[in-house]
Design a protein around this ligand. Structure first.
Ligand SMILES: C[S@@+](CC[C@H](N)C(=O)[O-])C[C@H]1O[C@@H](n2cnc3c(N)ncnc32)[C@H](O)[C@@H]1O
Ligand SMILES: CC(C)=CCC/C(C)=C/COP(=O)(O)OP(=O)(O)O
Ligand SMILES: [Mg+2]
Length: 298
């Protein structure tokens, strides 16, 4: 084994051992380590609600009737369930922009995390869903969940760089990034999506981006970058890199007002991580936006 290779158990479907390339850059090594070591209660306890483990944020109105009052001994549990409901609503919203997907299609989740969106996609469309993540721990977690749900023949995560995915040209009917595009160069990312998508395929992202109308990344945006070791791009950069790579936006939805209730609710919970104010302040001062972009591969 060379210094740039490591051996890891692959999808887990057969238990075979595969030789997979190591991180393409030192930065990707940092990100792999970050996600291998991540075990925040705000993610694990929400996932425990129904077995869908997400690493993205929520959208939609809070259902105040579903929350307990201060005297309710179940209030913590109810709040966690509500935050999780909003995160799953976010994933459903993304999946709703993938277009007509048939059972024989293949979908690609670029930066799949613990696989919650992949499971939802399979349950919705009945199709094959392939995910890639830099983290061997996340891939193993996602594959373990797929086995528990007996959908391992359709849902699989691999340890792989999303800028060089193990899929044939034109293999995917649709592909997405759910809060994972801030870890890569957008020109490189969209060139790779354009390759794996057939002409007529659909690409969707939900992302946080800085707003060119504000001027430059605000201190809150810089704080979010430092917190997650990521590099948030601007809205302008997304649209330009898509245009450069045969991805033509079909819908651009500003989800900023829809995600604020999630953050305001999360800020009142016992699961706060310290980043809540940066999101709330930057969404409110207009320096940061939560966007869905759905694009046709032409
Ligand atoms: C915030 S999590 C989002 C996970 C998932 N999309 C979700 O919605 O739950 C970011 C993910 O991007 C992945 N990621 C970052 N850079 C990557 C790269 N170059 N190749 C593959 N995955 C990457 C991380 O490993 C992690 O799984
Ligand atoms: C919108 C932006 C800028 C997202 C950055 C990427 C990111 C870390 C998403 C959430 O992951 P998580 O669910 O692990 O984070 P947390 O622990 O805060 O819930
Ligand atoms: Mg989270």
């Amino acid at each position: 084994m060379t210094s740039t290779e490591l051996t890891a158990t692959s999808s887990g479907t057969s238990g075979t051992s595969l030789r997979i390339p190591g991180p393409a850059t030192p930065y990707q090594g940092d990100i792999a380590r970050y996600w291998d070591g991540e075990a925040r209660p705000v993610n694990l306890r929400l996932g425990d609600v129904d077995g869908l483990y997400h690493h993205h944020y929520g959208i939609g109105e809070v259902d105040h009737a579903a929350l307990g009052d201060a005297e309710d001994s179940e209030s913590e549990k109810k709040l966690i369930a509500e935050l999780h409901r909003l995160e799953s609503a976010q994933a459903e919203f993304l999946l709703g922009h993938l277009g007509d997907i048939g059972r024989d299609d293949t979908l690609v989740d670029a930066g799949c995390g613990r696989g919650g969106s992949m499971v939802m996609a399979h349950q919705r469309f009945g199709c094959k869903v392939e995910g890639v993540t830099l983290s061997a721990k996340q891939a193993a977690f996602a594959n373990n969940r797929a086995r528990e749900l007996r959908i391992q023949d359709h849902v699989r995560a691999r340890v792989c760089n999303m800028l060089a995915m193990p899929f044939a040209t034109g293999e995917a009917a649709a592909s997405w990034n759910n809060e994972s595009s801030m870890y890569v160069d957008l020109q490189d990312l969209f060139a790779e999506h354009a390759r794996v998508l057939g002409v007529g395929g659909r690409y969707v992202t939900i992302t946080g981006c800085w707003n060119p109308r504000y001027g430059q990344p605000s201190k809150w945006v810089s704080q979010i970058n430092a917190h997650f070791e990521c590099n948030i791009h601007s809205r302008r950069e997304y649209l330009r890199a898509m245009a450069d790579n045969r991805l033509v936006p079909q819908a651009v939805v500003d989800l900023t007002p829809d995600t604020l209730p999630y953050w305001e609710l999360r800020a009142t919970s016992s699961l706060v991580t310290g980043i809540e104010d940066a999101f709330i302040n930057s969404y409110k001062d207009g320096s940061f936006q939560y966007l869905l972009i759905a694009a046709d591969r032409v």
